[in-house]
Design a protein around this ligand. Structure first.
Ligand SMILES: Nc1ncnc2c1ncn2[C@@H]1O[C@H](COP(=O)(O)OP(=O)(O)OP(=O)(O)O)[C@@H](O)[C@H]1O
Ligand SMILES: [Mg+2]
Length: 279
């Protein structure tokens, strides 16, 4: 029986492989995600970052390998294979996670409809319970929480507002684990900077449950990496090519890492901003 020992392992990815139409994308990915950690998943376009996220989230089925998750909230809890869980057990795990998708995944409808989606479907809450949670989450991401804003169509939101709404929808679940897929791409520098601040605050902010949020973020945003200096995991040719501190990644002379790092976009320059360290 596997347990997570003293270091609280939230998710353990073991030898995960996935091909599409006979073309391998992931060829045996191993990754340990500890509770409270902030992990940046990087790598060139098409290397399989979103596929890995979708496998962890159960939106794709692996060809081989396992995803183990902590079965309880105490150190030493058993690690169980997600694939072996029944629907109810799996819903309990996924109910503690939330995701901000690469393209936000907002659907046509109002702000209230979108922010209430998972609260209704996963938490089984009704309108009366959803409204105060929605207002609090909108406030947390810097959006208006008025009745009129709750009723407007998501199609009238700017790109930055839509991204904030997608983050608010995730935060409304008060997740222990937050997954972001390129949260700052496609935004103007000022909005990207505000979203960066929000990601950092959200990671370190209070949770109702365990109080230590785990964040896994796919990003090409070098500025965000430089500010946060997270554990950096790079995928290359279907495997984890690098897994270590951002400083080591940035200083690497590897012929695989160096050209990628040099060409990573810097969304904006912050001058002498202090480095922020996640809790
Ligand atoms: N459902 C699918 N069917 C077929 N091929 C797929 C599917 N999903 C992903 N792929 C392929 O898998 C590869 C990896 O895709 P993925 O979206 O994970 O890349 P990525 O690393 O997230 O890239 P980006 O940085 O551009 O978002 C791509 O070649 C993509 O075309
Ligand atoms: Mg992607």
């Amino acid at each position: 029986m596997r347990t997570n020992g003293d270091a609280f392992v939230e998710i353990e990815v073991e030898a995960l492989s996935k091909s599409f139409d006979g073309r391998p994308v992931l060829r045996g990915v191993d990754l340990e995600i500890r509770r409270g950690s902030f992990i940046a998943l990087v790598g060139p376009s098409g290397c399989g970052k979103t596929v890995l996220l979708n496998l962890i989230l159960g939106l794709l089925v692996p060809d081989a390998g396992r995803i183990l998750v902590a079965a309880g909230d105490t150190p030493g809890a058993r690690l169980v294979d997600l694939a072996g869980l029944d629907g109810q057990q799996r819903s309990r795990i996924y109910g503690r996670w939330a995701v901000v998708f690469q393209k936000n995944a907002l659907f046509s409808g109002s702000v209230r409809d979108n922010i209430g989606l998972w609260l209704r479907e996963v938490r089984d809450l009704g309108d009366d319970a959803i409204t105060p949670i929605a207002r609090a989450a909108l406030t947390a991401v810097g959006l208006p929480c008025t009745d009129s804003f709750l009723e407007i169509s998501v199609y009238s939101l700017s790109g930055g507002m839509a991204k904030r709404l997608a983050i608010a929808r995730a935060l409304a679940m008060d997740p222990d684990c937050l997954f972001y897929d390129e949260p700052t791409s496609g935004l103007d520098p000022l909005t990207a900077s505000q979203i960066q601040d929000l990601l950092l605050a959200t990671h370190s902010g209070p949770t109702v449950g365990q109080g230590r949020r785990t964040t896994v973020m796919v990003t090409h945003d070098k500025d965000l990496l430089s500010r946060l200096r997270p554990r950096t995991v790079m995928l290359h040719e279907g495997r984890v090519f690098f897994d270590g501190p951002f400083e080591a990644f940035a200083a690497s002379t590897s012929p695989v890492i160096r050209p990628y790092f040099e060409l990573m976009p810097i969304l904006h320059q912050r001058g002498a901003d202090p480095v922020m360290t996640p809790a």
